[in-house]
Ligand binder design. Sequence first.
Ligand code: NAP
Length: 373
Amino acid sequence: MSNTVFITGVTGNIGGKLLITILDNDPDTKIIALIRGESAAVAQSRLEQALRVLSPEFDTALIGSRVRVICGDITQHQLGLTDAAFDKLASEVTHIIHSAAGIQFTLPLDCARQVNFVGTINVMSLAQRAAEIGQLCNVAYISTAYVCGDRDGWIYEDESVAPRQFSNTYEQTKFEAEQYVRTLMPTLPITILRPSIVVGDSQTGRTLTFNVLYSPLKFIYKGIIRALICDPATPLDVVPLDYVAKVAHHILFRAETTGKTFHIVAGAAEAPAVGSVVRHFLNYLGQNLTGVNERVPSLDQSNDGKITGNPRTLQLMAVFDPYLKVTRHFDNGNTLTALQGSGITLPPFAGYFDKLLDYCFAVNWGRTLRHAA
Ligand SMILES: NC(=O)c1ccc[n+]([C@@H]2O[C@H](COP(=O)([O-])OP(=O)(O)OC[C@H]3O[C@@H](n4cnc5c(N)ncnc54)[C@H](OP(=O)(O)O)[C@@H]3O)[C@@H](O)[C@H]2O)c1
């Protein structure tokens, strides 16, 4: 039996890269992608645009031949599909990957909840229907390692402990959604995947979004942020997009992974420290800034430095602050066990950081991409 994968979030970073990875590796697999848009043609062109950014050499003709685009919205009952379309879909799918989400940290709680929690309930209702009338093998729910909120120390894969506090509505609503998904695990073949902070492709630096790691670096580059008030030894768990997609793809099609949770993270041994990331960045700027008006910003790395900047920047920076302050390590034992013999390994951060930065500067921290869209 050939696989039919239903996937959400393909116009985004992780869903898009995962779609490319499936098309590249599984020639017999059919894909059905749920995309927002006024028509299938609009949705398909949005998909092509996103995949061209992620992988310019990708053959978009494959979309017509191997990907069926369905217009829909995860916040709608039955994903916005008619009863007949919903049941047809449920009867066809063997695998479901739910990657769509609202990942902005500043969404009001009710908006974040609508996409991340209600949207997940709606995708899981497809899984329930597929289990009733179809041939469902696996449901991969893309969660986040940061459902741990403000917890420090070791964070384990199969535990789901409510933190004292969440840093933002994104973490809170992703936690709520994961809790809901966990209630279905006894009755559905569900795998939970929790990436940490996802950055661009380790080979090309390419990414559709420039948040979390990128924003503080941009503020430093622009000279807006003159000090980071944190312990420079704080680990920053970042993973490149291509690694996340390869791991997710590898886990998705293995029956023994259902019922488990997998951290797709750098882990204690590989996560770089904030101080080394900033030092590397300043060195990069020193070697690469050549314009007459460009200069390497000075950064006061003492712990009692004052952050200065306009109120909007300070507000934005406050959003990222929790990720620079908490010392925590994500256990990834389940993932490393699943990857044994696969040949998939995490590239070291220092080996690909320059590629991320080259891409940032090539597209002006995403501005060029937004104008092209
Ligand atoms: N980025 C990270 O660092 C990171 C880390 C850990 C976990 N994750 C998780 O990974 C998953 C993917 O994140 P990402 O980085 O790929 O995010 P992204 O680039 O912002 O993509 C989000 C995707 O969700 C889609 N979407 C949003 N609302 C929708 C709706 N109402 N109906 C249908 N589709 C909708 C977007 O479609 P449109 O193009 O129509 O907006 C887009 O395709 C999320 O579940 C996120 O929580 C991300």
